[in-house]
Design a protein around this ligand. Structure first.
Ligand code: APR
Length: 321
């Protein structure tokens, strides 16, 4: 069987890391696309020269011509501008909306059957805009945020309990950013929910609250430390997990930004983070979890934040109305 084709739109920090992981995992042939052709070509060649050392077969091509993504099975979008220190995600809207429009046109023309994973921020609005601009089927268009948010939550929990990250499961919902909703009662260590671990005196409510806060601000913490960019290793690993679920029809249930049609709190037509089954048909199912009153309140606050950014997008791009 022919190798899968993975198109990475944006060959910056996340794009380059995605290409590296995809090549090392032998996920498929990789096309790195960037408006700066030299960046895309340089990274593709550098990685192609690394492949004999790590011993994996993969064609890597750098380009700034959308025709080269023709027939891609998976498209991962990181094109755009990352957050600078002190810059809120929503400030990125104007800049990144124009980028997403161009990308949507390129993908619609050359890879309309691809499974598309958007990473560009502000995520929930950008993935919504990409689907609108491109007209691709909503089940083939998702946003990567929840896997990353839950990975951050898992890391902080494993650190708290001094246990393996493999034994920690963390569940998050809602938009990416300060209003994300960590679901504490569905987050577990070896299957034991966090509220029980508090009763067992493994931790305290205060410490869990602090971990939740740190998770919410996880992106900003990295931005502050790096000084001139945003996180890239964990976002790239997270998107690869989603791409792998699609390419290998794994039916993974992962927190992704998906277009809801009433499954959670009756929300429709918006892209928001929810647990979704990813398999060969794209988003095959969204878990219709029932929220408790306080969770619902946090979720609706998050939905309102996403709606606000979408309204700003519609103001800038009337075709999105
Ligand atoms: N088409 C294609 N590529 C573009 C376009 C465009 N219209 N505009 C910008 N780019 C490219 C830039 O040239 C750059 O190489 O997108 C790349 C972005 O890379 P970085 O600046 O290194 O950003 P990165 O850290 O990879 O983050 C990308 O993910 O997490 C989000 O907020 C983050 O939106 C940002 C995105």
């Amino acid at each position: 069987m022919a190798r899968a084709k993975i198109a990475l739109i944006g060959a910056g920090m996340i794009g380059g890391t995605l290409a590296h992981i995809a090549a090392r995992e032998e996920l498929g042939d990789v096309v790195l696309f960037d408006i700066f052709e030299g960046t895309a070509k340089g990274k593709a060649l550098d990685l192609a020269e690394a492949a004999p050392v790590f011993g994996k077969d993969c064609n890597l091509k750098g380009t700034s011509d959308y025709a080269d993504i023709a027939g891609a099975d998976v498209v991962i979008i990181t094109a755009g501008f990352p957050r600078k220190p002190g810059m809120d995600r929503s400030e990125l809207i104007g800049k990144n909306l124009g980028v997403i429009k161009q990308v949507a046109e390129g993908v619609k023309e050359h890879a309309p059957k691809a499974f598309v994973i958007c990473i560009t921020n502000p995520l929930d609005a950008m993935v919504w805009a990409f689907q609108k601009f491109s007209g691709l089927q909503p089940r083939k268009v998702v946003g990567m945020a929840g896997v990353l948010d839950s990975a951050r939550f898992r890391h902080f929990l494993a650190d708290e309990f001094k246990c393996s990250v493999e034994d920690v499961h963390a569940s998050v919902l809602g938009g990416h950013g300060d209003t994300m909703v960590p679901l504490v009662r569905y987050s577990t260590v070896a299957g034991v929910p966090l509220p029980d671990l508090i009763k067992m005196k493994w931790t305290t409510q205060e410490r869990i609250d602090a971990i939740v806060d740190r998770t919410r601000n996880g992106g900003g913490e990295i931005v502050g430390l790096l000084g001139n960019g945003s996180a890239f290793y964990a976002p790239a690993e997270s998107a690869i997990e989603m791409a792998t679920a699609y390419l290998r029809d794994k039916k993974r249930i992962l927190p992704c930004a998906v277009r809801l049609s009433g499954q959670i709190a009756g929300v429709r037509g918006l892209y928001v983070g929810a647990p979704a089954m990813i398999g060969a048909r794209g988003v095959e199912k969204v878990m219709n979890i029932r929220l408790k009153a306080d969770e619902r309140e946090m979720f609706m606050k998050s939905v309102a934040a996403v709606e606000k950014i979408i309204a700003d997008c519609q103001e800038m791009e009337p075709s999105l109305k």
